[in-house]
Design a protein around this ligand. Structure first.
Ligand SMILES: C[S@@+](CC[C@H](N)C(=O)[O-])C[C@H]1O[C@@H](n2cnc3c(N)ncnc32)[C@H](O)[C@@H]1O
Length: 227
């Protein structure tokens, strides 16, 4: 795996996700949350008000606007779909005022700047190609300084095998931590049962991975065999 650098952007995810947000109402999105309670609690426990926070693949989540209302001022929502960004602004009580938005693909962007806290709920698990995972991990390691954190939420091993018509990779906390080592180490984990707008339950693994001093990532960035 190469270190820093741009990869050719794949237009497929953008077209897929733009179409999802163009054609489906909020209550037709399985991942919809009225309030991102667990994410909000964990961000508030980890980040100072002056910290830079990025919500990767933030979609139309209210996380950034709730953090803005709580006094966080350095917020960026990144999403591959411009329609997701427009919906995020429309859902925010402040119209997204005070939040920066960026359209971009986390599997091809060469850099994002520096963020103390990286939040991703239900994005990383769509990366079923190991080259995309490698790019993601390297980008996260270049973005989050030592002492900073990632909050990641993926489907757990007993969660769905697909979402939004796409296959996903499922993880428990150990497998997720393995993918991000040695530059991140597991600090905290839990599982969450998410109730979709139509009442079914989806099991998520939530982890905090802390950026630690360390060299280059190991070439083995895939989950351990058997998981
Ligand atoms: C299942 S939704 C989750 C949205 C949000 N995180 C939440 O919890 O409500 C996945 C989101 O990731 C975005 N996404 C998918 N692939 C992406 C990529 N490669 N780069 C950036 N965003 C991506 C999609 O547009 C979508 O908004």
């Amino acid at each position: 795996m190469s270190g820093a650098g741009a990869r050719a952007s794949n237009t497929l995810p953008r077209r897929h996700w733009d179409s999802v947000y163009r054609t489906r109402a909020e209550d037709e999105l399985s991942w919809h949350q009225d309030e991102p309670k667990l994410s909000l609690r964990w961000v508030e426990a980890l980040a100072a008000k002056s910290d830079r926070i990025i919500d990767v693949g933030g979609g139309s989540s209210l996380l950034a606007s709730r953090l803005g209302a709580a006094g966080y001022r350095r917020l960026l929502v990144l999403d591959v779909a411009s329609h997701a960004i427009e919906r995020s602004k429309a859902r925010s009580p402040s119209g997204g005022k005070g939040i920066r938005f960026r359209v971009g693909d986390v599997t091809s962007l060469p850099s994002l700047g520096r963020f103390d806290l990286w939040h991703d709920r239900a994005v990383f698990h769509f990366l079923t190609d190991s080259r995309d995972r490698h790019h993601y991990v390297d980008l996260a390691a270049r973005t989050v300084p030592v002492g900073g954190h990632l909050i990641l939420a993926t489907f757990s091993n007993d969660g769905p095998a697909r979402c939004s018509g796409l296959p996903v990779a499922r993880y428990d906390a150990t497998a997720l931590a393995h993918v991000f080592r040695p530059r991140f180490q597991l600090s905290k984990s839990t599982t969450e049962s998410h109730r979709t707008p139509w009442g079914t339950v989806q099991k998520f693994t939530y982890v905090v991975l802390s950026r630690v001093r360390g060299g280059r990532a190991s070439p083995d960035r895939d989950p351990p065999a058997g998981r």
